[in-house]
Write a protein of this length. Structure first.
Length: 245
């Protein structure tokens, strides 16, 4: 990925300027992404089309107006085309280089990708938690109404409903209770830190390797590779930044 890097691409003074404005990492990420994108061929028709579409979106009605835009943004026409094409070329790059690794990544992360919807009532008073649990469990009161009236966490605003969210987004203790719970069955109140929780699992959706998930896994692998290359390049730049005068 992204071969052709040279420490001479940036001077010591340029590195210092970028570092002072915290732009080193964003710049390196952009440079690496551009290198990856440039390895994906595009036709002249594609180049012309993205430029026409851009002019239409920006309401640029002539080449003269386009040139004014380019000058004000210190861009050449071909540089703008590269920018406009980068997103689609990167999608193709990720698909070609990482899609085949998506299944292995999915299997590693499957438990983190399972999604749940649950009702939650969070209270500091264990006695009140028990009382509300019994009222819901015996059908005397509605979970949503009690959550709106008594919940002491942000779920109060949603009448107790949380989700759909990734299961692993929840506290580990709560996540384990939800994983082993039965939809529609109220859980006995339990404590996490200062809170007593009344919880009911509403739905559990195991993650599946559909097209959207496969693309997400491929993109994650690509982003990890980018981060590794950014770190490598920063390590190459350290001697330039801190060279003896």
């Amino acid at each position: 990925m992204a071969e052709g890097w040279s420490d001479e691409a940036l001077t010591g003074d340029q590195i210092g300027l970028l570092a002072r404005h915290r732009l080193i990492k964003p710049l390196l990420r952009q440079m690496i992404a551009a290198e990856c994108a440039s390895s994906i061929p595009v036709t002249e028709e594609e180049r012309d089309k993205v430029l026409r579409d851009f002019m239409q979106e920006q309401r640029l009605k002539s080449d003269a107006e386009l040139n004014t835009f380019l000058h004000l943004n210190l861009l050449r026409r071909e540089e703008l085309q590269e920018q406009l094409l980068q997103a689609s070329r990167l999608r193709r790059y990720v698909d070609e280089h990482y899609r085949s690794k998506a299944e292995a990544r999915f299997l590693q992360r499957k438990n983190e990708l399972d999604r749940v919807v649950y009702s939650l009532l969070r209270l500091e008073d264990p006695g009140l938690a028990r009382e509300l649990f019994l009222r819901i469990n015996e059908g005397e009161s509605d979970f949503a109404e009690l959550a709106a009236a008594h919940a002491q966490g942000p779920e109060k605003a949603t009448r107790g409903v949380v989700g759909p969210v990734p299961l692993m987004q929840a506290h580990p203790v709560l996540a384990e209770r939800l994983r082993t719970g039965t939809p529609g069955v109220l859980l006995e109140p339990f404590q996490i830190g200062k809170w007593w929780l009344v919880v009911r699992l509403e739905s559990f959706s195991p993650a599946t390797l559909d097209l959207e998930t496969a693309l997400q896994m491929a993109r994650e692998l690509f982003e990890e590779s980018i981060e590794e290359l950014v770190l490598q390049r920063i390590n190459h730049l350290i001697p330039l930044r801190f060279a003896e005068p």
